[in-house]
Ligand binder design. Sequence first.
Ligand SMILES: [Mg+2]
Length: 236
Amino acid sequence: MIDLVGFDGDDTLWRSQEFYDRAQEAFEAILGRYVDLASRGLRDALLATERGNIALFGYGAKGMTLSMIESAIELTDGRIEARDIHRIVRLGKEVLAHPVELLPGIREAVSAVAANHRVVLITKGDLFHQEYKVARSGLADIFHRIEIVSEKDPAAYTRLFAEFGVAPERFAMVGNSLKSDIAPVVELGGFGVYMPYHSTWAHELIADFTLGERVIEVAGAEGIPEAIARMHSAGE
Ligand SMILES: [Mg+2]
């Protein structure tokens, strides 16, 4: 039996990663005027800077922007011009202001699940940006609760189960990230509906996770209600 269903936000309810990918391409174009990108390992350097900064800045576009500025200064040995730093700041602002575009069929899928289960939106990242997206998504009314957390790890999900008074084996999480949405929930004894997105942020990749019997992979939102129904009846 499934009592509570969690939905991820970015790249599960609405499009997100392509806006970050676009900013990354524009960032590389700016830096390409100063350094030979291939030889300097720009992508790896930025990822390393971001990884180090997440603990301080948290997830989201503001942290990305600061990491880009820091990487730009380091990779150009301080030669980056102020006008190009300004361009990088604008890239971050464009990510923050992108329109909220729902994935096909997701409104119908969330509504169908909500007809039979309590549903909660569980998203991580910058609080202000996530609130902005929730408000513009038009989905806020369907969810019983909206949880914006700083990290989606076993500790965060355990807290959530306690708040909702639900046992892990009566919880299913729907999301596009194996690392944040599926693996920690399965580890705790819950279920996962994995809906891959065409682009995945490098920090969300995990190497050593295989979908077990507690995870159903769906190709799109229309598969979500049936996956939850199967999980719901499997335990009866
Ligand atoms: Mg996501």
